[in-house]
Design a protein around this ligand. Structure first.
Ligand code: SF4
Ligand code: SF4
Length: 94
């Protein structure tokens, strides 16, 4: 079982420093961090929650083994997806 980092990763390095399995590495090909599925333990035995997903600041960037985002849209910003467009308009009008 392994988590997956997808293209929305901004390569902030945060997850790299907290992984207990050294499973996170920079992919030259994909130009962002990736998880080595052979090393990822989903943090079992080390932490109650996957540390990479707990620290990642970008929603929908880390997927569980079923391909579902652990931090779905709105989970970190507190802005429901259906309100995002309206909120962005408000911010840009300031
Ligand atoms: S779930 Fe845990 S072991 Fe797997 S990549 Fe993330 S931090 Fe590393
Ligand atoms: S914490 Fe998230 S955005 Fe930062 S490097 Fe890891 S996956 Fe990418």
């Amino acid at each position: 079982m392994s988590l997956e980092i997808v293209d929305s990763c901004v390569s902030c390095h945060a997850c790299y420093d907290v992984c207990p399995s050294n499973a996170i590495e920079m992919s030259a090909l994909q130009k962002h961090f990736v998880i080595d599925p052979k090393k990822c333990t989903e943090c079992e035995g080390d932490y109650a929650d996957p540390q990479c997903a707990s620290i990642c600041p970008i929603e929908e960037t880390i997927l569980n083994a079923s391909g579902i985002p652990i931090n779905p849209l709105g989970s970190l910003t507190g802005i429901p997806p259906e309100k995002m467009e309206e909120v962005m308009r408000e911010i840009q009008a300031r």
